[in-house]
Ligand binder design. Structure first.
Ligand SMILES: Cc1cc2nc3c(=O)[nH]c(=O)nc-3n(C[C@H](O)[C@H](O)[C@H](O)COP(=O)(O)OP(=O)(O)OC[C@H]3O[C@@H](n4cnc5c(N)ncnc54)[C@H](O)[C@@H]3O)c2cc1C
Length: 390
């Protein structure tokens, strides 16, 4: 019996089956080999793009599928449930949302159809900085207007996929923090054409991490960008950033649900097959119960993800639900990662079983794109009315 089969008895069965079929071409061995050399899954990303999945959220008038976060979630969940990892490209799905909501018609006509057909990749999002951490409003990277150009200086860190993206959506200060009334003001969103920038004021330094994740550090040294690359109004970048966060939280939560289902299925299979003391280890309640408990948590987390996605697609406020979905889904994928290692015993540590690789991969979501503590602070302050803690 497949313990998570009941999850997929929903309206997106056809879409999910098609994604699963595509993922079959990229089995464990593919991901294991890339992990060993920390290489980018180029073939997989290209296949997803060619199949149109990366254009799920782009409206039809700009060449996309015109679907919602619910469908995008189903796609990402299935990639992870199938053993793949969409972190190499998921941002392509949602970064363009800022362009779509706040960009000029000229920007939209110029970029969105190319992003939709895969001829342009917009999958780098430049927010984090080494010395400001989660306190985004304190970012130091400055973009100073000089005639028809912005001149950018500063540093970013953890900017994923920068080496594999044609465009990056950068958030930088256009007014220093000590010259604005509110610290959330004076930040702006600028499109950087990486093909022109790298080597001409932008340097990229890859960071090797515990899992295969193409993340980098960026150094800006008088990088010049056309002023027309400003997205929306100058100084409003923080607002645009907040706008995009709910979709990001829901989509990452869906990946966690996919990971959790992958762990659950492997763990049940192994617990049934592994015979010790003359019987399957799964016959012991000490082995069964952690799996059963995690399964219950998985069902609950998935309900929250579904609810958040449906509120988002209905145009309703969904901040609390999107945050809770991310929190619960990241917690359950990490819970199941631990349960899987425990159930597999020594084999959980062997690379050829893939458990240890997925364990490393899913650990990220306790920290990025938003750490668990910051979600709890949000819920405490904005939903429960408790005092602001920082
Ligand atoms: C692999 C990877 C990929 C990433 N990709 C991108 C990307 O593409 N673009 C991008 O812009 N960023 C990216 N990030 C950055 C990511 O969003 C940040 O790492 C994350 O938001 C946490 O920020 P920080 O690392 O600076 O931690 P810090 O802000 O230094 O926090 C460190 C710890 O302290 C805790 N903490 C801090 N303040 C408080 C508080 N007030 N109350 C309670 N706890 C607190 C945090 O929860 C965290 O656990 C990525 C990070 C990683 C690791």
């Amino acid at each position: 019996m497949n313990p998570t089969n009941r999850f997929v008895e929903d309206s997106h069965q056809e879409l999910i089956s098609a994604v699963r079929e595509l993922c079959r071409e990229y089995p464990d061995k593919y991901w294991r080999e890339l992990d060993e050399t920390r290489s980018y899954p180029e073939a997989f990303v290209q296949a997803l793009t060619d199949a149109g999945y990366m254009a799920t959220l782009i409206p039809e008038e700009y060449g996309g599928a015109g679907l919602g976060v619910t469908e995008a979630s189903a796609i990402l969940e299935e990639i992870h449930h199938s053993g793949g990892n969409a972190a190499a490209c998921h941002a392509q799905m949602y970064i363009m949302g800022t362009l779509l909501r706040h960009g000029s018609e000229k920007h939209k006509r110029e970029y969105l159809p190319k992003i939709a057909d895969g001829s342009l990749r917009l999958q780098a999002f430049g927010v984090s900085e080494p010395n400001t951490g989660t306190d985004t409003t304190q970012m130091k990277t400055m973009a100073v207007k000089n005639g028809d150009r912005y001149v950018i200086n500063g540093q970013k860190i953890w900017i994923s996929r920068a080496e594999h993206s044609d465009l990056m959506l950068l958030i930088a200060r256009t007014t220093p923090v000590d010259q604005v009334k509110k610290r959330t003001e004076g930040l702006s969103t600028i499109l950087v054409d990486m093909r022109q920038a790298v080597g001409h004021g932008l340097r990229i330094r890859p960071i090797r991490t515990m899992m295969n994740h193409a993340t980098t550090e960026l150094f800006f040294d008088n990088l010049e960008v056309p002023a027309e690359n400003l997205v929306g109004e100058e100084g409003q970048g923080f607002r645009y950033l907040l706008d995009s966060l709910n979709a990001e939280r829901i989509l990452i939560a869906s990946e966690c649900i996919g990971d959790a289902r992958w762990f659950l299925e492997r763990t049940c299979r192994y617990a049934n097959e592994r015979v010790v003391f003359g019987r399957p280890i799964g016959k012991n309640q000490g082995v069964q119960f952690p799996i059963a408990r995690a399964y219950a948590n998985l069902e609950a987390a998935r309900l929250m993800v579904t609810r958040a996605a449906s509120l988002f697609d209905g145009g309703k406020p969904c901040g609390p639900e999107a945050n809770m979905a991310k929190l619960l889904a990241a917690d359950v994928s990490w819970e199941l990662a631990n349960v899987a290692v425990q159930t597999y015993g020594g084999f959980g540590f062997a690379e050829e079983y893939d458990i240890e690789r997925k364990f490393r991969e899913t650990r990220l979501y306790q920290v990025a794109p938003i750490s668990t503590n910051l979600i709890l602070s949000y819920l405490a302050e904005h939903v429960l009315g408790l005092p602001r803690s920082y």
